[in-house]
Unconditional design. Structure first.
Length: 213
């Protein structure tokens, strides 16, 4: 029992440090300014209500519209790229619903691009990167997502080689603490080898210390 307690304390401490590190990175991304001058504003998909954007996705789209207007006011002409395929219980692709939402709010159809295959964040960025590179080599972009989702999106963008920044559409806790905690777990799972090695080493250290007493 004494050995198990030591192992539990070590692993619990590691989980807490990871969570604090994740929160620190999330706050850093949230506060970091995103410069104007993007060729694309990439809006990551999220859940639909029927064939309409649910609240988190609508918040992303509204933030993208605000940034779109700000880019134009600064003299730039970005394209809006919406990315997201059709989920198992969705009536249409997320990209199609997002494009309709933007068009209904005045964005010209010629300024909207769709990526309709992606089913997760990694695919969102990877498929979008290919589309942007083919249309505008040397492009720069701003990726728009929910505040709680910024850290994992930035990681996926870096792995996909996407040049640009990630902007949060709302606050870290805008969709509740569960969403933020889920993202912390999801980000940890994006480093399976490193975290598995850390867990094994800490567990071994705990057993060694416990048995030596």
């Amino acid at each position: 029992m004494h050995v198990l307690l030591i192992v539990a304390v070590l692993l619990g401490g590691y989980a807490l440090l990871w969570l604090l590190g994740f929160l620190g990175r999330a706050l850093h991304h949230h506060r970091r300014p995103v410069p104007a001058g993007a060729d694309y504003l990439v809006v990551l998909g999220a859940g639909l209500d029927g064939c309409e954007p649910a609240a988190p996705l609508a918040a992303r789209l509204d933030a993208a519209l605000e940034r779109f207007a700000a880019e134009e006011a600064a003299g730039y002409e970005p394209l809006l790229l919406v990315t997201g395929g059709k989920g198992a219980h969705e009536e249409c692709t997320e990209a199609a619903a997002m494009a309709r939402y933007l068009a209904a709010r005045g964005v010209p159809a010629g300024r909207i691009r769709r990526e309709e295959r992606a089913v997760n964040t990694a695919e969102n960025l990877r498929f979008s990167a290919a589309l942007m590179a083919a249309e505008r080599p040397g492009y720069r972009c701003t990726v728009v997502t929910s505040g709680f989702h910024v850290v994992r999106s930035a990681l996926a963008a870096r792995r996909a080689g996407v040049p640009g920044r990630v902007a949060g559409a709302d606050g870290l806790l805008a969709h509740g603490p569960y969403a933020l905690l889920r993202e912390a777990v999801g980000t940890a799972l994006a480093y399976p080898r490193a975290n598995a090695a850390a867990v094994v080493l800490l567990a071994a250290a705990g057993v060694t210390v416990g048995l030596s007493r």
